[in-house]
Design a protein around this ligand. Structure first.
Ligand SMILES: *Cc1c(COP(=O)(O)O)cnc(C)c1O
Length: 432
């Protein structure tokens, strides 16, 4: 399979190049040259298959030209080491809990798949790969834990000093081994700028093999399609149409759901739910797509003013804005609406995190305007990850899951860096 750039369909590269480079040289996103479709028999027998069996088939459909059957199994087994239970919250409304992985957020799926795929593709390479990541919290922890102990790969995480919650910080600063955390005296955007500059620096790129593991990488994006197939397979068979609501920031997660639909999964409709960073909902309701500066909210992993996966949404629908608007509805909510919904659903016995709450509300609003559906919303993080917000909204004390509590006991190890590219470059040059 070749992968093309969304900025130029004639520019095509191999799987290895797409994964190692992350972004096309023209800044486009890589997309598979064709979307394979799965047979009706496969769709019909989904309820009888395990999560991993579904994974072998779906990943096989995209990667079988590039990887052996054994490699595909290895990749899926390494990724799906935890479940994604579909929990009924009320009649026709289901939560797809994606937070049962090592860092308790859905990004664990993509990070684990990405690390394994890189190590499979790098077996012939002599050079050690350096994965550079700028993080405001969640990405750093998922990538660090996904790559921990992976041979031939070293992860360097830049994060803004004092701007990341203690719990998030612990998840990537206490690991050691092949994970290094650099604390930058600046904000997230400074970290991001330094990482981007490093990718463009000729001298560094001659010396080191640098790569990114951010959400635009196909190796993080594609595996997210798996849990849409799995969730669909576990829904009651009652003849109702199926909608998926996805709390969205960079729109990678929902784009993976659309990929699943394009591969033949009978999803009737998507709901793109955001906080007040509402560029895409505005677009879906008829405005121009216009990037804006991001606004801080309580669902902070979705505070994205310029959603980078947007070109993928269009590409998946043959670059037809009309089809995209037909298939996907947009809703956005303020923080106080989000808190209200968390409180309402708590009364029914289910605890939402602020991101899942946005997804739930989008689904409900869509379903009340469009009867005849059953729906799934993606619960993208464990409520304990946003402990302060959740405790305050719901007036309760959360017990942290064991895995989170264990991180809190680890000892933080970081190196400090000025907000200065030259210093970062010197640091990288000293690596062997
Ligand atoms: C990253 C993240 C999102 C947004 O996902 P996108 O793929 O960027 O749209 C939503 N919820 C949580 C908890 C996240 O960490």
């Amino acid at each position: 399979m070749k992968f093309y750039s969304t900025n130029n369909p004639l520019y095509q590269v191999s799987l290895a190049e797409a994964v190692i480079k992350g972004l096309a040289p023209d800044q486009g996103l890589y997309m598979p040259e064709r979307i394979p479709t799965l047979s009706n028999e496969f769709i019909e027998k989904l309820p009888d298959l395990s999560f991993r069996e579904i994974g072998y088939e779906v990943i096989g459909a995209i990667f079988s030209e590039d990887l052996t059957k054994e490699e595909i199994h290895e990749l899926v087994d390494h990724t799906l080491t935890f479940d994604a239970p579909l929990v009924k919250v009320e009649e026709d409304v289901f939560s797809l809990e994606l937070f049962h992985g090592p860092t308790l957020a859905f990004k664990d799926f993509g990070a684990r798949f990405c690390s394994k795929l890189m190590s499979l593709l790098l077996t012939d390479s002599e050079k050690k790969v350096r994965v550079l990541v700028a993080t405001s919290g969640d990405t750093g922890s998922a990538v660090a834990n996904g790559f921990l102990g992976v041979e031939g790969v070293e992860v360097i995480i830049l994060f803004p000093k004092g701007k990341v919650s203690e719990l998030q910080e612990k998840q990537f600063t206490t690991l050691g081994k092949n994970i290094t955390a650099l604390e930058v005296d600046g904000v997230f955007d400074d970290c991001q700028t330094m990482v981007k500059q490093a990718f463009l620096d000729q001298e560094l790129n001659e010396k080191l093999l640098l790569t990114s593991a951010n959400s635009i990488n196909i190796a993080r994006w594609i595996p997210q399609a798996l849990y849409y197939f799995y969730a669909y397979s576990r829904l009651p068979k009652n003849g109702k149409k199926v909608a998926f609501a996805v709390p969205s920031g960079n729109f990678g997660n929902i784009a993976a759901g659309i990929l699943a639909q394009r591969m033949g999964l009978p999803i009737e409709h998507f709901v793109a739910a955001t906080n007040v960073n509402k560029v895409v909902p505005d677009f879906l309701r008829g405005a121009e797509f216009k990037a804006m500066a991001s606004i801080p909210t309580i669902s902070n992993s979705m505070d994205v003013g310029n959603p980078s996966n947007f070109p993928r949404l269009l590409a998946l629908y043959g670059n037809s804005e009309e089809t995209l608007k037909e298939q996907v509805s947009g809703y956005f909510y303020t923080d106080s609406e989000t808190v209200d919904v968390m409180q309402e659903v708590k009364k029914e016995g289910y605890t939402l995190d602020p991101h899942g709450a946005v997804g739930y509300k989008g689904l409900k609003d869509f379903m009340s305007e469009n009867p005849g559906y059953q729906g799934v919303f993606l619960e993208t993080a464990h409520p304990g990850k946003f402990r302060e917000t959740v405790e305050k909204a719901l007036d309760l004390k959360l017990t942290l899951p064991e895995r989170l509590a264990a991180f809190m006991e680890g000892k933080k190890k970081v190196e400090s860096l000025e907000n200065d590219f030259i210093e970062f470059k010197e640091y990288l040059k000293c690596l062997d």
